[in-house]
Design a protein around this ligand. Structure first.
Ligand code: NAD
Length: 431
């Protein structure tokens, strides 16, 4: 069904394997493929395949033993032609500038594909937050926020949670900016706790969007949710909610994982038991389950695979062993461009990250609008609006995929890149 699009030759020889492939090279390759299908003007290609701003900050943090430790962090804005920059903050020991650049570019396309008025940004700090005390985590967050405050603001660039950051960290960020200006600035970050301007439905929004797009894909393929089995890699914010909501919709969740490994039971996982066990012992486990590696989870004979952890998990080394009929990319960039082609050849229906996990930024947009209006909506309003936006975007991407005979990733990029290119063209190149 899908048209084969050749992957443009790359200068890089970085191997296409987890931990090795360069996410920004992958992001540029995905852009190049869409630009080719769109017939995008070469001048516009040169503009859109680069990031507009890259800030690198190295800053001191006072640790509990009174020693000062230096940390490095980033904030990158890819494009702001459709509105203020928007994107999460990641705390992880492997964060690097190319990863943050890729994540910023993906944010631009994500906001465009669901039609919300933002550009793309991302931030990160090189740190394993599990090794910090709560006090050290707060110190690090406040100092990093202060360092990037030259870029962020409600009408300039609005951070949100990502891997290893959460509502409490957003509260510290919001408070730091508010202390600098002397009044509360809730709209400077999203994903905040409800009591300080957070939104109903935000915590579950990304997983809810994954659930909605997965159910739409199953419907398109004529598969009833009750006949679908699901494996989820990474039961964090996104993965846990996706698994829980798909289970509520009638699917059988048979495997979930965290960074230590996976727990598998072909008769179905008791999600709450597994997560409670993780809280008590640090390990995902239930009474009857087989322990698998994360690599084995990706190759399970399931209907739906949800990679919801990190980049480059499905690569040319394992893509041909993926048995799922539907891959819903909860994570950003979990599939490399080489793996995309292999999955497409196998007839896998892939819901690309920029569409599948766009529910998070969509409800972040609702949170920002509510903060600016100082008027808050109830959860059913939020969920209904989210569903309308996600389904409109899914249907639009599916239509473009069928019309242009390209896979869903290329179709989503075609929709998004076209919208951003139009905005950049209408505004013109300054001066
Ligand atoms: P999180 O920190 O809440 O959860 C991450 C999960 O992945 C954890 O369960 C962790 O144990 C697991 N994990 C980490 N390394 C792993 C590895 N090597 N193998 C397997 N599992 C591993 O993070 P999150 O917010 O759920 O984000 C997950 C993904 O979703 C990221 O790619 C993020 O960019 C993307 N995303 C998040 C949001 C959001 O709203 N939080 C929105 C859009 C996209």
């Amino acid at each position: 069904m899908a048209q084969q699009v050749e992957i443009p030759q790359r200068e890089s020889t970085i191997p296409d394997e987890p931990g090795r492939a360069n996410p920004f090279t992958n992001a540029q390759t995905q852009f190049d493929i869409a630009a080719e299908v769109l017939g995008l003007d070469p001048n516009m290609r040169r503009v859109l395949r680069e990031c507009k701003r890259q800030l690198i900050v190295t800053f001191p943090v006072l640790m509990d033993d009174h020693a000062i430790q230096m940390f490095t962090g980033f904030r990158v804005q890819h494009n702001i032609d459709r509105g203020p920059a928007k994107g999460g903050i990641r705390y992880h020991q492997d964060v690097n500038i190319d990863e943050v650049k890729a994540l910023a570019m993906w944010m631009t396309w994500k906001c465009a594909v669901v039609g919300i008025p933002y550009g793309g940004a991302k931030g990160g700090v090189i740190v394993d937050p599990k090794k910090l005390s709560r006090n050290e985590l707060e110190n690090l967050t406040r100092r990093y926020t202060s360092e990037i405050s030259i870029l962020i603001g409600p009408d300039r660039d609005i951070p949100a949670p990502d891997v290893n950051t959460n509502a409490q960290i957003m509260a510290w960020m919001m408070d730091t900016i508010s202390m600098q200006v002397g009044h509360s600035v809730p709209a400077v970050v999203t994903g905040k706790p409800l009591g300080i301007g957070g939104s109903e439905g935000r915590a579950e929004a990304t997983g809810r969007g994954c659930m909605l797009t997965t159910l739409a894909a199953l419907k398109h393929l004529g598969i009833h949710p009750k006949d679908a089995t699901v494996a989820v890699q990474g039961v964090g914010n996104v993965g846990y909610t996706t698994a829980k909501l798909l289970q509520q919709a009638g699917c059988k969740v048979v495997a979930v994982s965290d960074s230590n490994g996976a727990c598998y039971n072909e008769d179905g996982i008791q999600l709450d038991e597994v997560v409670r066990e993780k809280e008590l012992t640090g390990r995902l486990r239930q009474k009857v389950c087989t322990m698998l590696t994360n690599a084995e989870l990706l190759e399970l004979p399931v209907t739906v695979l949800v990679p919801a952890a990190l980049e480059n998990q499905i690569h040319r080394g394992n893509a041909h062993r993926v048995k799922a009929k539907v891959v819903c990319e909860g994570a950003n960039g979990p599939t490399t461009p080489e793996a995309d082609l292999i999955l497409a050849e196998k007839g896998v229906f892939l819901i690309p990250d920029i569409l599948a996990n766009a529910g998070g930024v969509t409800v972040s947009y609702f949170e920002w609008v509510q903060d600016l209006q100082e008027f808050f909506w109830d959860e059913s309003d939020i969920n209904q609006r989210l569903e309308r936006i996600m389904m409109k975007a899914f249907d639009n991407v599916l239509r473009v995929s069928q019309e242009k005979k390209v896979n869903m990733r290329v179709a989503a990029y075609v929709v998004a890149v076209d919208r951003v290119a139009q905005a950049t063209t209408i505004r013109g190149i300054y001066p």
